[in-house]
Ligand binder design. Sequence first.
Ligand SMILES: C[S@@+](CC[C@H](N)C(=O)[O-])C[C@H]1O[C@@H](n2cnc3c(N)ncnc32)[C@H](O)[C@@H]1O
Length: 173
Amino acid sequence: MNRNEWLDTLPKGSVGAEIGVAAANYSLEMLRRVKPKLLYLVDRYAFIENKKARNKKELLMHMAMANVARYTFDGVVRPMCAWSLDVAKWMPDETLDWVYIDADHKTKSVYDDVTAWYPKVKVGGIVAGHDYKKGLGPYPGVNDAVKAIQPGTKINVVDPDNRAPSFWFRREA
Ligand SMILES: C[S@@+](CC[C@H](N)C(=O)[O-])C[C@H]1O[C@@H](n2cnc3c(N)ncnc32)[C@H](O)[C@@H]1O
């Protein structure tokens, strides 16, 4: 099962969030396969010092907004051009049925994202992301965060032979 097919295992009509969206290509896959009631799309896009990189981010943002425009109009997508940790602070706990974390891949950032987004997921919901390295296991940031918040939890791997597999685990009470 690849990460697109894995989306079919998420509950239809659920409330989800993608953290780190880029051009919203995976978001579109989420919309088509999960048919969520509500999908938060969080990406900071701008705020990059380097002008060339900033222009590229702006282009990505325009592509994303155009890709999901129809769903935004329908009220299914809530796009947020903001920092992951800020949005997590604003969102009430246990809002989401699932979250897919794919923003900054530095160990500390991944740790902070998993830790910040975990409580936003309902008990029994799914915490997932794209921070798994083939042959190396989950990024230390994922492992460390899971060890700290839910010790002993098995982290599941989606498409382990892929260059960049995804991970997921269920939030416990
Ligand atoms: C790998 S891309 C996302 C790819 C997308 N999930 C997909 O599967 O197509 C990572 C994105 O995360 C965003 N990002 C990085 N750090 C962030 C942060 N702290 N808060 C919000 N977005 C962030 C970047 O702007 C970038 O567009």
